[in-house]
Design a protein around this ligand. Structure first.
Ligand code: SF4
Length: 206
């Protein structure tokens, strides 16, 4: 059966399988595996991060490391089950530099994000979310096709050429770099951004 004629979960599964063999940029070489998105094939909201981190690369699942734990904590505070969201990344392989034995995150180059964009667009095309949250600058650029200053646009809805609304906010790893009261304040503000997205999809389906 052609991919487009299959039910959405099967389409996602087929594409995930295809992406496992992607060699369209050099990032696959150092990574353990492709990390595909996760969540309901007809989720109302999609969260898009930058790329898998060390833990995600090993587990083969998005947002399961420290940044993912912070996301889970925020969603718990919002009373928003993660199982209702489709969570993915703009870039599907982990980019890093070695420091001793540690693999330290390295921001993907624009050409790498561009090479990977068609996978993200395929996910959007299948899931057809009502709205998307861009977590950080790489996700915002991939989704909106241009550089978007995150701090100046956080909590705001921007619109893609196809009409899909995109809310821009920080990537949770940015919060993890803060300490003490600064982190707590930043966390509360981040939750407020996510609440804007939660309200939008709630109202759209009320
Ligand atoms: S990062 Fe994306 S484009 Fe590059 S090899 Fe992996 S899946 Fe392919």
């Amino acid at each position: 059966m052609p991919v487009a004629a299959s039910p959405a979960p099967a389409q996602l599964e087929l594409l995930a399988e295809e992406a496992m063999h992607c060699r369209e940029c050099p990032l696959w070489q150092g990574a353990t595996q492709t990390v595909w998105g996760e969540g309901p094939a007809r989720a109302r909201l999609m969260l898009v991060g930058e790329q898998p981190g060390d833990k995600e690369d090993l587990a083969g699942r998005p947002f399961v490391g420290p940044a993912g734990q912070l996301l889970d904590k925020a969603l718990q505070r919002l009373g928003w089950p993660r199982e209702q969201l489709y969570v993915t990344n703009a870039v599907k392989h982990f980019k890093y530099v070695l420091r001793g034995k540690r693999r330290m995150h390295k921001t993907p180059a624009q050409r790498e994000a561009e090479a990977c964009l068609h996978w993200l667009e395929s996910e959007i095309g299948i899931v057809r979310p009502q709205a998307v949250v861009a977590l950080g600058a790489t996700a915002a650029r991939s989704l909106l096709g241009q550089a978007v200053p995150v701090l100046a646009n956080r909590g705001l809805w921007l619109q893609r050429a196809d009409g899909l609304p995109v809310l821009v906010t920080l990537h949770p790893s940015a919060l993890l770099r803060l300490r003490g009261e600064d982190r707590e304040q930043a966390f509360l503000r981040w939750i407020a951004d996510l609440r804007v997205a939660q309200e939008r999809v709630r109202l759209a389906t009320a």
